[in-house]
Design a protein around this ligand. Structure first.
Ligand SMILES: Cc1cc2nc3c(=O)[nH]c(=O)nc-3n(C[C@H](O)[C@H](O)[C@H](O)COP(=O)(O)OP(=O)(O)OC[C@H]3O[C@@H](n4cnc5c(N)ncnc54)[C@H](O)[C@@H]3O)c2cc1C
Length: 426
């Protein structure tokens, strides 16, 4: 294809959902340029220890609320296998360095303290600089258990300002994707609706893989690094009963191999543990060999479960920070920022439109954020195309504002050329 009305850069969830909307609206001659050899971006499955593990997005977050999460709808439509994740018990499975579980009372007190500290920190941020008296400053977490809970509350999952639209709109429940086809199969299934596919492969020449587009980094929006490290063992040695899917390690160093999950609920008999590291800890392990990381993880596990546990037989360490097409895991807007920052990031430059999870006003950071952003940006772009058409005196474009296939194929279609479209953070 030598010309295209719309070029989409990047085939993550937002690029694919954007393309889907355009094709549905009659703009058939789209061209999707993807830097890597696959579609999916930060939704990525890999085989590890005989099961498919999700290196990127793993959960459908926000289910069971007043509105329906569109990604949950996609998952239902394509029979994606998921299992409910119950985080509420994690705070009662906190191990100290000698393998003892903290009593429930201490865990609950530390949790309350971390929440109170976060609230007063937020209040102090909201006050104008200098207004907060020194003695009102919130006390920082110090002990290993306080550090562990503070990490869970702020770095692990909830690094967002309440109320979190995902949970308010779509519900509090989260489901872990546990499907042989991987979370990414949703994108392949969506693509089947508008691209030519055969036996699960996309054969349509409107998708070009391994195509890189010159990009400029968007500096102000911080990007969180979130690393799931998978460890395979010859057998299970951790508790697997109800309420024990997640457990926490309390260490003097904040975020040091703190949050653990076993995969027996998703894949019984897989004997896989996942530990989540974030930001500086993620960057640190990305820079060292996997064997060094494995050694550290084993020391932590031996602290919790004793020295007789077996050594892991395999380890998988995703490197989202060093991936030049990602440079991190998901956007993390400053705690206190007005809407202007986001508007500036997503504002079109001439005919270049920007989309991706980071351009979603309510759901940045999530799969559904990327999905809805792609659709929304396509709609803005269609509007722009209509306006351009209306400004062309030679074009008889009067009756309907809906673009049809015939209209996109008019000889004047070069007016669409260079209407480019950028998805994903680049
Ligand atoms: C470890 C991790 C855990 C996560 N957990 C969850 C979760 O549990 N639930 C959830 O909802 N979300 C989660 N997310 C976030 C979710 O994965 C993202 O919000 C979403 O997938 C982003 O989609 P996107 O289309 O905006 O961007 P991307 O998926 O990043 O797509 C952008 C695409 O553009 C391509 N590209 C980049 N540069 C160029 C270039 N120069 N030229 C051509 N192509 C280029 C990339 O290769 C990529 O395919 C997680 C992310 C990570 C990394």
């Amino acid at each position: 294809m030598s010309t295209a009305s719309v070029i989409i850069i990047g085939a993550g969830i937002s690029g694919i959902s954007a393309a889907q909307v355009l094709v549905e609206k009659g703009v058939e001659d789209v061209l999707i340029l993807e830097a890597t050899e696959r579609i999916g971006g930060r939704i990525r499955k890999e085989e590890f220890g005989d099961v498919p593990v999700e290196l990127g997005a793993g959960w459908i977050a926000g289910v069971g609320g007043k509105e329906s999460n569109p990604v949950w709808e996609l998952a239902s439509r394509f029979n994606l296998r998921t299992c409910f994740s119950d985080y509420t018990n994690a705070r009662f499975n906190i191990y100290d360095r000698s393998g003892q579980i903290f009593p429930i009372g201490i865990a609950a007190d530390s949790y309350k303290k971390a929440v109170d500290s976060a609230i007063s920190k937020l209040k102090s941020l909201e006050c104008a600089a200098g207004q907060v008296a020194e003695e009102e400053a919130p006390s920082s977490p110090k002990t290993p258990i306080e550090l562990a809970i503070d990490f869970i509350l702020h770095d692990f999952e909830m690094a967002e300002v309440e109320p979190i639209s995902t949970y308010v709109d779509f519900g509090e429940r989260e489901f872990l994707v546990a499907d042989e086809r991987g979370y990414e199969c949703l994108l392949y299934k969506m693509a089947e609706d508008f691209l030519f596919t055969s036996h699960g492969n996309i054969l349509d020449n409107r998708l070009k893989l391994n195509q890189r587009w010159k990009t400029e980094a968007i500096q102000k929006c911080d990007v969180m690094v979130y690393t799931k490290i998978f460890l395979k063992f010859p057998h299970c040695f951790w508790p697997c009963g109800p309420g024990q899917e997640f457990f926490i390690y309390a260490h003097e160093q904040r975020g040091y191999f703190t949050f653990w999950q076993h995969m027996e609920n998703a894949y019984p008999g897989s004997n896989i543990l996942v530990v989540t590291l974030t930001n500086e800890q993620s960057k640190r392990v990305e820079a060292q060999s996997d064997q060094e990381t494995l050694k550290e993880a084993m020391t932590v596990l031996r602290d919790m479960f004793g020295s007789n546990i077996p050594y892991a037989t395999d380890i998988l360490v995703p490197r989202w920070w060093n991936n030049r097409f990602q440079r991190g895991s998901y956007s993390n807007y400053p705690m206190i920022s007005d809407n202007k920052l986001l508007q500036n990031i997503k504002a079109p430059v001439g005919r270049i439109f920007f989309t991706g999870e980071h351009t979603s006003e309510k759901f940045s950071g999530y799969v559904h954020g990327g999905y809805l952003a792609g659709m929304e940006t396509s709609k803005s772009l269609l509007e722009e195309m209509k306006q351009s058409l209306l400004l062309q005196p030679l074009l008889a474009f009067t009756e309907s504002l809906t673009l049809t296939q015939q209209q996109t194929q008019t000889p004047n279609s070069q007016i669409y050329t260079n209407v480019n479209f950028i998805s994903g953070r680049s």
